[in-house]
Design a protein around this ligand. Structure first.
Ligand code: UDP
Length: 340
């Protein structure tokens, strides 16, 4: 398998920069660049409308990189004329990548913002593609393991087509991401471009919104507050949890190639939700926190685990390094320092 690879980023634009992944990606690229001979005009330009992200993530980036981080508050579903006029031609000419990471990502938030979720991954993505083509940049779209739906194959390789309900509570997310993938495929063919996408499996870590609703952050917030840990269903459903730094390392490597096909990134250690709850209870919970079982969520996938063979073949030096225990500790530490 051969593909072209470059060794560094020029300036990049990230949609969804106040979100968990967007803010880590921004920081990681800025830190890496500042280790080399950073050019004065190097920038990470972040866009967000704060529909699910944290304003504190943007404040953090502004404070840490006052010269090289630029923020535009905007809903990327709307036309990008304002982005085009705010950014000078000189700034735009330096942008090598547009990471389209804007989207609600947790089941409670994407169900609450179902129409926004549908549009941001389709119409929003098309704005990003057009903007990128105008300036000669490469788009990287944040796709998801949800394209596999409730899989009847495990682990899930990239050539598995999935088992998705197109008419249910998760459809707004799953089908929007699937449309996004199809859009990239067709766009590349029509315009002879090299845009790409990564399929992201369950990721967690510091700077996730404490109200995000996904399982790790929920359990940790509950445990630290001395509340009961809420399992939806019987807890036998599985997930494979990736610490954010491992995921970002993989995405950065993918982006520097000209690969256009989907690649899974995540961690392939699989846990039941009950195992996770017991781990969190044992290490972080106040005495009174019990594990309680609530109603199972509709269309909840019974199992999820990435097949990482392709990622490891393409990027032999990449692989998930952070154990669940280490990752949980880092996330709990952040929560203790940052939540009131
Ligand atoms: N879950 C749970 N309790 C919670 C939050 C989630 O039992 O407080 C379950 C959820 O039903 C699913 C799994 O944990 O089976 C992972 O859910 P999450 O929302 O983190 O992400 P998903 O992988 O479903 O998108």
């Amino acid at each position: 398998m051969s593909y072209t690879s470059t060794s560094h980023y020029k300036s990049v634009l990230i949609t969804g920069v106040s979100g968990f992944l967007g803010s880590h990606l921004a920081e990681s690229i800025l830190v890496e660049s500042s280790l080399g001979n950073i050019k004065e005009d190097y920038r990470v330009i972040g866009i967000d409308n704060f529909c699910t992200g944290l304003a504190s993530n943007v404040t953090y980036l502004k404070q840490k990189f006052p010269k090289n981080f630029l923020f535009i508050e905007k809903d990327v579903i709307q036309p990008w004329d304002d982005v085009n006029s705010i950014l000078t031609e000189a700034i735009k000419s330096e942008i090598s990548h547009v990471f389209h990471f804007a989207s609600p990502a947790s089941p409670p938030h994407y169900q609450r913002l179902s129409l926004e979720t549908l549009w941001v991954n389709t119409l929003g993505l098309s704005h990003a593609l057009r903007f990128a083509d105008d300036i000669g940049a490469r788009v990287i779209f944040s796709s998801t393991s949800e394209v596999y739906g409730d899989p009847d194959v495990s682990p899930q390789p990239e050539n598995y087509w999935g088992n998705v309900n197109s008419f249910g509570p998760r459809a707004c997310y799953d089908e929007a991401k699937r449309f996004g993938e199809a859009l990239i495929y067709s766009w590349n063919l029509r315009h002879q471009t090299k845009h790409g996408l990564v399929r992201i499996f369950n990721t967690y870590g510091p700077r996730m919104n404490p109200n995000d609703g996904r399982v790790i952050i929920n359990f940790l917030v509950q445990a630290l507050a001395g509340q009961d840990l809420t399992i939806y269903g019987d807890g036998r459903q599985t997930r494979s949890f990736c610490f954010v730094a491992d995921l970002i390392n993989g995405i950065k490597k993918y982006a520097l190639t000209d690969i256009t096909f989907p690649v899974n990134f995540g961690n392939d250690r699989e846990f039941t939700v009950l195992e996770l709850a017991e781990k969190v209870q044992a290490h972080f919970a106040k005495k009174q926190s019990q594990i309680v079982f609530l109603e199972k969520a509709k269309d909840d996938p019974a199992q999820r685990r990435p097949d990482l063979s392709l990622a490891k073949k393409l990027f032999p030096e990449w692989g998930p390094k952070v154990t669940l225990e280490e990752g949980l500790s880092k996330t709990a530490q952040w929560l203790q320092l940052n939540s009131r």
